[in-house]
Design a protein around this ligand. Structure first.
Ligand code: ADP
Ligand code: MG
Length: 334
C-alpha cells in the first residue's frame, strides 16, 4: 500500500495500531490536541529528546525499518537510565519520504512498539509529515525520578572509581559487520549486529546505581567511552586516569576488530552507541555497588579513577600516559 493512498490520518491510524495500549497514567493519548498525563505524586519529571536522521545516524542499506523505530526510542530511554530515572511517556515526530511504503512505516512502529513495551513507555502523540528525501524520526521522552535519587554528571570527586556496566565496542563491531556485509550467521557476528540494531537501555542498572547511594555521576555511552568520561570530568571540574587494559570487550568484538584491523580499545573509546553506563563511585562504595548490580545480573568493571583537575584527563596504556581525547562523531566537523 502506498502512503499517499492512505493520507496523513489513515497513516496515523495505521501506525497507532502498532503501539501498546496506554497505561493508567494516560488520561488522553493519541487523538486530541495534546496528550493528558497524570503525574506521580512527589516525583521529579525528566525530559529528553533525540533525533535520528537517515544517512547521518543510520543507512537504510543495512538498517531494517524495525530497528529504526526501536533505536529511536531506545536512545532516549538510555538518557533516562543515565539519570537514574524510569521512562514514562513519549511523543514521536516522523518525516517520511514519499518513496516509503505504508508497510515500511508500519515496521518502524512495530520496532517502536516493541521498545515501548520493553521499557513501559506510553506513546501519547506525535507528528507525521512528509520529508522530501530522507527519513527523520525525533522522539521526546518523559521520565520520572525520586527527588533525592537523580544522578547528575557533575558529582564526580577525586578518589572516586570509574566503572562501566559492561563490555564496550559491540555496536561499532556490529556496524563494521553490517557495512562489510559479514553475515549474521558467521561465528560470533550475531551479537554485535544485534547490539548495533537493537541496543538495550540500562534502565535497571541506572535505577540500582541511583538507589545505592554510592554513585556520584552517571553518563550513558552514546558517543564512546572517552567522550562520556570527559563530559563527566568537565561537568565535575575533575580529571581522570583511564586504564586502557581494564576496558572490557567480548570475544565477538575482539574477533571483529581483528578483521577490521583496529584494536577493540579504539571501538570502545570512540565507537559509541553501546549505551552501557559509565559511572563514578565513592571510595569504599565499590563492593556495595557490585552487590546491587549483581542482583540484576550485571557485572561492572572498574576502568579508572577520578583525579584532581590539575592532573588532567589521561589514558594509561602499556605504562604510557597520553591525553584522553574525545573521538566520537561531531555533526559539525569533518
Ligand atoms: P494536531 O493537528 O492537533 O497537531 P495531528 O493531526 O498532527 O494533530 O495528529 C493527530 C493526533 O495523532 C494527535 O494526537 C497527535 O499527537 C497524534 N500523532 C500524529 N502523528 C503521530 C505519530 N507519528 N505517532 C504518534 N502519534 C501521532
Ligand atoms: Mg500535528
Amino acid at each position: 500500500m502506498k502512503i499517499r493512498d492512505l493520507g496523513e490520518f489513515g497513516l496515523i491510524d495505521l501506525l497507532s495500531r502498532r503501539i501498546p495500549a496506554p497505561s493508567a497514567r494516560v488520561l488522553k493519548g493519541i487523538g486530541d490536541d495534546t496528550a493528558v498525563l497524570k503525574p506521580d505524586q512527589g516525583k521529579l519529571i525528566l525530559m529528553t529528546t533525540d533525533m535520528l536522521v537517515e544517512d547521518i545516524h543510520f543507512s537504510l542499506l543495512y538498517t531494517p525499518f524495525r530497528s529504526v523505530g526501536w533505536k529511536a526510542l531506545a536512545v532516549n530511554v538510555s538518557d533516562i537510565a543515565a539519570m537514574g530515572g524510569l521512562p514514562t511517556a513519549a511523543t514521536v515526530s516522523i518525516g517520511i519520504p514519499p518513496r516509503l511504503a505504508a508497510g515500511d512505516a508500519e515496521e518502524i512502529y512495530l520496532g517502536l512498539g516493541e521498545c515501548a513495551e520493553e521499557y513501559g513507555v506510553d506513546i501519547v502523540g506525535g507528528d507525521t509529515v512528509k520529508s522530501p528525501d530522507r527519513l527523520v524520526i525525533n522522539i521526546t521522552l518523559l521520565g520520572e525520578a525520586d527527588p533525592d535519587r537523580v544522578v547528575y554528571r557533575s558529582g564526580a570527586r577525586p578518589g572516586d572509581l570509574i566503572m562501566v556496566t559492561g563490555p564496550l565496542g559491540a555496536s561499532a563491531a556490529g556496524l563494521y559487520a553490517l557495512n562489510n556485509k559479514i553475515a549474521a550467521g558467521e561465528g560470533l557476528v550475531r551479537d554485535p549486529i544485534q547490539a548495533h540494531l537493537f541496543p538495550r537501555a540500562r534502565i535497571r542498572e541506572g535505577r540500582a546505581l541511583a538507589q545505592s547511594g554510592y554513585v556520584t555521576s552517571i553518563n550513558d555511552i552514546s558517543d564512546g567511552l572517552a567522550s562520556e568520561i570527559l563530559e563527566i570530568c568537565r561537568a565535575s571540574g575533575a580529571g581522570c586516569k583511564l586504564d586502557a587494559e581494564a576496558v572490557p570487550y567480548t570475544v565477538g568484538i575482539a574477533n571483529m576488530s581483528r578483521r577490521a584491523g583496529v584494536t577493540p580499545l579504539r571501538w570502545a573509546l570512540y565507537g559509541g552507541e553501546d549505551f552501557e553506563l559509565v559511572f563514578t563511585v565513592k571510595p569504599g562504595g565499590a563492593d556495595a555497588v557490585r552487590a546491587v548490580l549483581k542482583e540484576i545480573g550485571c557485572a561492572p568493571v572498574t576502568v579508572g579513577m577520578i583525579v584532581n583537575s590539575d592532573q588532567g584527563c589521561v589514558l594509561i596504556e602499556n605504562g604510557r600516559k597520553t591525553e584522553l581525547v574525545a573521538g566520537g562523531y561531531d555533526h559539525f566537523r569533518e
